[in-house]
Design a protein around this ligand. Structure first.
Ligand code: HAM
Length: 419
């Protein structure tokens, strides 16, 4: 095989492979997210990554649909999109059964999403997103609860409240300004999207003036810069404080990029300055479900990405250190000890011990080094002596402590040794 013929070991651009140590962190993220959602009474749902392309067209965000979706035509001529987010899927699923589902519905999912973005810090082409949404409540309690769930997830990761900030605004503030300045529907979408990027858009003022003209554009900026809060946002702050959230701030520059938001919107930021972009965000979307022809059903929720969550945890020293699921490795001294080692392993598995048999044929010293490298905490060596007297030495590789036991006492010892 020539060098040119060799297959590359690189994954597809912008997607990640999860080696066991990466997957360990991923699982920790997902389990923590799921646990917090369940503590708040959220039920888990799931759906396919494939959706008809029309689910997104003209309904979510022009930028995402036109520039960032993976869309293809299937063999039957249907246009298919790999979901770039889950909110339209959730809306579709709820709308399909809106008569049977008891409201308010609290649903969560941890779903992989695909966006054709330029890979950079915090942005990849496949990410996982926790979505937690409440459907069927238009009141402020639901907005407050969603913020409290988002806060709860970060707290459960061990994050101090001073290390992140929940910046909240309300689309209705923007809408009122648009109406006052007589800004039409088309311009509104473009302006809202531009505002979402105000922090990093070059020539922001110039671009805004291109959409609105000089006069309206400077009037809008003046209005925005002089608006600091609203009665609703102050009320919301009081609500979330009563739920124990003290790091919510009102920030009327927060807009969020999607067209479907109609009320409260928020973004969560790292206060350390290490991670500049928003960690995650969400908001209220009361009109999205009506697109499916039924009644309009109010909804509010958020999406938290795994990439930004990981970056945040890394910055603050909160990533867990790797521990494999395997508790014990059996090292095999000679070839003829292997069958006995396998038998011992099978009987311990029946007692719920996670166990790997090392049949590499290497020297015992090398087998132990391998267990150590794999961070397996305990080993048992099986040789002629163990086979004959039926007693085994369980060694803790971290402490060096050894305990000699008959087979039927090993499981019990392990559970106390490993806590
Ligand atoms: P979004 O802000 O587009 O909102 O995405 C939510 C989060 O997903 C982002 O804040 C970020 O953490 C993560 N994320 C998005 N795109 C990428 C990417 N290319 N690479 C890595 N992470 C990414 C939504 O998707 C809304 N549907 C959320 C929502 C749910 N609103 C209400 N309910």
């Amino acid at each position: 095989m020539t060098k040119k013929d060799k297959l590359s070991t690189e994954p597809y651009k912008g997607v990640r492979d999860f080696y066991p140590e990466d997957q360990f962190v991923q699982k920790y993220l997902f389990e923590t997210m799921a646990r917090v959602c369940e503590l708040f009474g959220y039920e888990e749902y799931a759906a396919s990554i494939l959706e008809p392309a029309e689910l997104y067209r003209g309904k979510t965000s022009e930028e995402i649909v036109n520039e960032q979706t993976y869309t293809f035509t299937d063999r039957g001529g249907r246009e298919v999109t790999l979901r770039p987010e889950v909110t339209p899927t959730l809306a579709r699923m709820i709308a399909a059964r809106s008569r049977e589902i008891p409201f308010p519905a609290r649903w969560y999912t941890i779903a992989n999403c695909f966006r054709y973005e330029r890979p950079q810090k915090g942005r990849v082409r496949e990410h996982w997103q926790l979505n937690a949404d409440i459907i069927g409540v238009s009141g402020i309690e639901a907005d407050a609860e969603i913020i409290s769930v988002a806060h709860g997830v970060l707290r459960s990761f061990g994050a101090d409240e001073r290390t992140f900030e929940i910046r909240v605004s309300d689309r209705r503030i923007l809408d009122a300004m648009y109406t006052e300045l007589d800004i039409g529907e088309r311009e509104r979408k473009a302006v809202t999207r531009l505002l979402d990027k105000r922090g990093d858009a070059e020539h922001f003022d110039k671009k805004l003036a291109e959409i609105l003209g000089d006069k309206k554009s400077s009037l809008l900026i003046a209005k925005l810069d002089s608006t600091t809060s609203s009665a609703f946002l102050e009320d919301l702050r009081a609500h979330v404080e009563s739920l124990g959230v003290t790091n919510m701030t009102v920030d009327t520059t927060i807009t969020r990029g999607f067209d479907y938001y109609t009320g409260m919107v928020f973004e969560v930021y790292d206060t350390s300055g290490e991670n500049k972009r928003s960690l995650f965000g969400g908001g209220r979307y009361d009109n999205l479900l009506a697109l499916f022809g039924g009644e309009s059903i109010p909804a509010v929720g958020f999406g938290m990405g795994d990439v930004t969550a990981r970056d945040f945890l890394k910055t603050h020293g909160l990533l867990p250190s790797y521990a494999p699921a395997t508790e014990l490795m059996i090292c095999v001294v000679e070839k003829e000890d292997a069958a006995h080692a396998e038998m011992l392993a099978q009987s311990l598995r029946r007692e719920d011990v996670t166990i790997a048999v090392n049949f590499s044929g290497k020297r015992v010293g090398d087998q132990i080094r391998q267990a150590d490298k794999m961070k397996i905490p305990l080993i048992v060596t099986v040789g002629k002596k163990e086979r004959e007297n039926g007693r085994y030495t369980v060694k803790n590789l971290a402490t060096g402590v050894e305990v000699n036991l008959p087979a039927d006492r090993i499981a019990e010892h392990l559970f106390s040794a490993l806590g």
